[in-house]
Design a binder for this molecule. Structure first.
Ligand code: NAP
Length: 488
């Protein structure tokens, strides 16, 4: 077995452990992969360190670095079908969604391949004729890139592309549950001509293969996407050597609907906002907030359509959403719903596993709506990361803003209103990294992505995504050196 990439060599795990990857839609065996741990992580860091300190990549000019990223984009596009299939088998996600995720990865590599050529340093006016001052960008160094299981290929691409564009070397540690497209992407980087040791891949569980990356003194930066609790651990571990940290964490995202919104469109988007990929999307609109006067009719319409959502495996073309990632995750979602009911929420639909025998081998959970939710309930404070929609009501614009901001999270959300002025006003008052107006979920490679508050410290995509992986250095050159004479 050779699923780990260390110093340009495909290799097995030092302890020869392996892991079965099973499709969450039916439990079928997808692959058996190497499962690494601390020793593998240490070797990978050493390889990335050597490639950074001695290899050509950090000193390669931006033009050829950009060219390589554009070649990677072409290779990912070439392998779109195989990559989408692998992503769907690992995650259980509908094939159509996985195909969009591959497009997202292609767009990301293209974007950074082009951007890095145009992002130059600058010359600063020194105010004197005998000095020249330049501000230049340099790579941070060795980056540990740690990614979750919900959108593995895009999340990996959002880190790998800007890290490479900036000239870094890296060790990637994907989720132990969904390693297939990470392995495939590393193969494409090698095929594109990336020098040995620049890209390293370690597989294995987070505490064993990921944690050792976060406190290794030879790692300069940790870029982490995952849950809030793990993010806190990563930040604490990285603090020991003052690593740069870029954290993309959980969300509990408000979807705010005013009475003057286009009713049918807002209902339709409220469903995709939360039930797409069974709610396993960091920006899922899991917190529906509806203005009093339309609340009952709106919730009724959402519940009616949620009851009709068809569940199924990734290759079932009639399926509208899929399974949860694992039995453990489904148990967490069940416990989350039970806690909400115990606190007084009302179950409007779902709340349990489907009884369809065709779905019995997968980790399915019915689209669930809980209304009568209010501040102080755990279902509003916590992210379920499942197909669970909580519903609140509000009476005024001020109340909507106050409730929406009453959370430790600040990732994303939406405002629905026919009054453009109001929508813009509310969007600007929401403490969220991304606000959609009369839409939900679109994401652009050119526009930054990242959370406010405890949803993270980092920015991905856009020029800010590249800035995360660069140091900025000021070089002052005295063209006519003379003694100062102060201490003569
Ligand atoms: P997670 O449990 O926090 O894991 C994320 C990654 O960290 C995995 O690769 C995991 O490895 C690894 N890990 C676990 N413990 C670690 C440790 N002590 N040190 C270093 N790495 C460690 O999150 P998840 O369940 O995979 O993903 C779901 C979460 O990610 C949700 O909260 C979601 O909101 C968030 N998310 C955020 C964004 C965003 O852009 N803000 C995007 C997507 C997802 P193993 O899984 O292999 O153990």
């Amino acid at each position: 077995m050779t699923d780990l990439l260390i110093g340009g060599r495909w290799t097995g795990a030092i302890d020869e452990r392996t892991r079965e990857i099973r499709c969450p839609a039916d439990g079928s065996l997808v692959a058996v992969v190497d499962e690494g741990g601390g020793k593998d992580a240490a070797e990978a860091v050493a390889a990335a360190r050597q490639a950074f300190d001695q290899g050509p990549w950090p000193r390669t000019p931006a033009g050829p670095r950009g060219d390589l990223l554009l070649r990677v984009a072409d290779l990912v596009a070439r392998d779109k079908d195989a990559l989408a299939r692998a992503e769907s088998l690992d995650t259980g996600k509908r094939l159509a969604e996985s195909r969009l995720d591959v497009d997202d990865a292609v767009a990301c590599f293209r974007y950074y391949g082009r951007l890095v050529r145009t992002e130059t340093g600058r010359v600063v006016d020194t105010g004197t004729a005998h000095a020249v001052s330049r501000v230049v960008h340099e790579p941070v160094g060795v980056c540990a890139l740690i990614t979750p299981w919900n959108c593995p290929l895009p999340q990996t691409s959002w880190k790998v592309a800007p890290a490479l564009a900036a000239g870094n070397t890296f060790v990637l540690k994907p989720s132990e549950l969904t390693p297939s497209t990470a392995i495939a992407l590393m193969r494409l980087l090698v095929e594109a001509g990336l020098p040995d040791g620049v890209a390293n891949l370690v597989l294995g569980p987070g505490p064993e293969a990921g944690a050792p990356l976060t406190d290794n003194p030879d790692v300069d930066m940790v870029s982490f996407t995952g849950g809030l609790r793990t993010g806190r651990r990563v930040m604490a571990a990285a603090a020991g050597t003052v690593k740069r940290t870029s954290l993309e964490l959980s969300g509990k995202n408000p979807n705010v609907v005013f009475a003057d919104a286009d009713f049918g469109t807002a209902v339709d988007h409220a469903l995709t906002a939360v039930f797409r990929h069974s709610g396993q999307v960091c920006s899922a609109g899991a917190r529906l907030m509806v203005e009093d006067s339309v609340h009952d009719a709106f919730v009724e319409a959402v519940v009616h359509r949620a009851r009709g959502i068809r569940l199924g495996g990734p290759f079932d073309e009639r399926a509208q959403t899929g399974p949860l990632i694992s039995a453990a995750h489904r148990a967490r979602v069940e416990a989350y719903v039970a806690a909400g009911l115990a606190e007084g929420a009302r179950l409007r639909c779902g709340g349990t596993c489907p009884d369809d025998p065709a779905l019995a081998d997968g980790y399915y959970f019915l689209p669930t709506v809980l209304d009568r939710c209010h501040s102080g309930m755990s279902v509003l404070a916590d992210e379920s990361f499942g197909p669970v929609l909580t519903v609140e009501r509000f009476a005024s614009e001020d109340e909507a803003v106050r409730l929406a901001n009453d959370t430790v999270y600040g990732l994303a959300g939406a405002v629905w209103s026919g009054d453009e002025e109001r929508a813009r006003r509310v969007a600007s008052r929401l403490r969220l990294g991304t606000v959609w107006i009369n839409d939900y979920h679109p994401c652009l490679p050119q526009a930054e992505w990242g959370g406010f508050k405890q949803s993270g410290t980092g920015r991905e995509l856009g020029p800010g995504g590249l800035a995360e992986y660069r140091e900025t250095k000021h070089i002052w050159r005295n063209t006519r050196p003379r003694p100062r004479g102060w201490f003569a």
